[in-house]
Design a protein around this ligand. Structure first.
Ligand SMILES: [Zn+2]
Length: 227
């Protein structure tokens, strides 16, 4: 789209210009690291991922598609019950490149307004991850208007393209995870649980602890209050 500002992770890392609205990593986070899972919850694979996390007493953040939360409410409640964080990956996962501001705002607002079995809000206020990682001026406008914060990543092993878990894990053996990393994974991928089990072994070996994004960020970015 003409005149659209599209910002890649590399751009951000080079320029550091979007710091108030976006985090790719948090190197000052002590020995902590955040595993994030996009596109779920998935009726089969998410439960396997939860079991793998439990086996290592690890916590994580799930950037869920709102329509999946609506379709699988028990799974959504189970993610929260086990101490993980549910965050906002839009209601229907559209491409944002050609979407009007009003539509982008509705995509995020409708997920923030979802409630769980106890009628409390389901997802962490203020944390968003746009579908396909698309950041444009309208997404930034939403952040400014709603006090929202974009959670990007600095490690993307392309798990959805990998043939198996070993292919994903090889990238972390070649370049071990470091404190403050935000790792992008997908619990919609069949080998996700095997990736998590292997990742958490590697994370423990290098002396790191897997925590939610909010914990990694210090619990401060959640300024927006769902209506
Ligand atoms: Zn996605």
């Amino acid at each position: 789209m003409t005149g659209e500002l599209t910002i890649s992770a590399k751009w951000w890392l080079k320029r550091n210009a979007l710091r108030p609205w976006m985090t790719c990593a948090r190197p000052s986070a002590g020995n902590r690291i955040a595993l994030t899972f996009d596109d779920g919850p998935h009726p089969r694979f998410t439960s396997e991922v939860l079991d793998a996390l439990d086996a290592h007493a690890a916590k994580a953040t799930f950037f869920c598609i709102g329509s999946n939360l609506v379709e699988h409410p028990a799974l959504a409640a189970e993610i929260a019950r086990r101490g993980h964080e549910l965050s906002n990956h839009s209601m229907t996962h559209p491409g944002f490149a050609g979407l009007a501001y009003r539509s982008i705002a509705r995509e995020f607002d409708s997920v923030f307004s979802l409630t769980g079995p106890d009628r409390s809000h389901l997802v962490t206020p203020g944390l968003i991850r746009p579908p396909y990682g698309t950041i444009n001026l309208r997404v930034l406008q939403y952040c400014i208007a709603h006090g929202a914060h974009i959670v990007y990543w600095n490690r993307d092993p392309k798990d959805f393209n990998a043939a198996d878990a070993e292919e994903v894990l090889a990238t972390f053996r070649d370049e071990p995870p470091r404190a403050g990393d935000i790792v992008l994974l997908h619990d919609s991928v069949p080998h996700c649980a095997a990736v998590v089990a292997g990742m958490l072994d590697i994370i423990a070996t290098v002396g790191l602890e897997a925590v939610t994004v909010s914990t990694l960020l210090g619990g401060e970015p959640s300024r927006a209050v769902p209506r």
